[in-house]
Write a protein that binds this ligand. Sequence first.
Ligand SMILES: NC(=O)c1ccc[n+]([C@@H]2O[C@H](COP(=O)([O-])OP(=O)(O)OC[C@H]3O[C@@H](n4cnc5c(N)ncnc54)[C@H](O)[C@@H]3O)[C@@H](O)[C@H]2O)c1
Length: 355
Amino acid sequence: MAEKLIALIPGDGIGPEVTREARRLLEWYQGQGLPLTLWDLDLGAERYLKDGTTFPKEVSDKIRAECSAVFLGALGDPRVPDMSHARDILFGLRFGFDLYANIRPVRALSDRLVPLKGRTRADVDFVVFRENTEGVYVGVGGQVRRGTPHEIAINEDINTRFGVERIIVAAFEHAKQHGKKRVHMADKSNAMRHAHELWLRVFDEVGQRYPGIERQHVYVDALCLYLLQDPSQFEVVVTNNLFGDIVTDLGAGLQGGLGMACSANVHPADPTRLGLFEPVHGSAPPLAGKNVANPFASLLTVGALLSHLGYPEHERHIERAITEAVDSGQVTRDLGGDLTTTQAADWVIERIKTA
Ligand SMILES: NC(=O)c1ccc[n+]([C@@H]2O[C@H](COP(=O)([O-])OP(=O)(O)OC[C@H]3O[C@@H](n4cnc5c(N)ncnc54)[C@H](O)[C@@H]3O)[C@@H](O)[C@H]2O)c1
């Protein structure tokens, strides 16, 4: 079996703590014979503050030439308020490698995690396909007369036919491959007539190529309401970069919080291309350095990464062990327990070893 190189970028805040646990899990799989090589990258706020390095070209070139996947802990440090290092690293990976699909499963692994009255884990099981290379996040815009009362600040919302179509195709293909019956597309076409009319039209056109799959259009504000009222109606949701970012934090709330949400950034048109895997959460500065952050999002992210590399059975094992940890209260304080980051990860890794 060919060796797979995985770059690890712990990043900032709680990033290094949750990446440490992800690394331990990956090391265990290495010990079990999985052909994985781990490559630790010293990138993030600390490095940036030390020598100005953000995302060097030689690192990007080596990732492109040799890596099968990148694991990223989290980025964001109050000492770098303009987030310049984070943008270079995160967008350097997402945009630079054209990882146009940010796939975020919203799945409650245990009834105990579902905050809605009368709802169980069976009601929270959908996936969000967030467009990852366009929208307002591309940074087109500028400021004029900065700092004056007449200041103008513009962020353009970029939507191309090509970009919209490929993420919608990815969502329908996922539905087809996973036996899902319904795809929702969330936009704001009632207010954003130009850009989101494009989404509406392309959704309709692409959807017609998938006759067995029902297509539902929903305004994103209504989607937020329906997610709380009845999340069980959703199977696959496709949306733009900004709305996907926001809606998946709401989704994280349905699955037990940001400590439970993982994500994959991939290029579905070429599944052999490298993927970027990261917990949905940020660097949570108030928790950093205290060994209290929930490591489960990070361990679930390892599962998504291994699945991408061709080991879906390991993803299932990881999910099962985490479900057992939650059901038996072996959790960090965000989930009502009293374990440290290390103890919660230990419990899950031991469970996987003995399964
Ligand atoms: N992809 C990324 O790296 C990413 C994503 C989101 C935010 N950020 C950055 O992270 C920094 C903090 O942002 P924020 O506070 O809005 O978002 P955050 O995700 O860091 O935290 C939001 C809330 O969730 C909690 N939380 C997050 N992860 C947790 C975990 N593993 N265990 C327990 N609780 C957890 C935090 O304590 C906080 O209450 C900012 O600089 C932001 O830009 C980075």
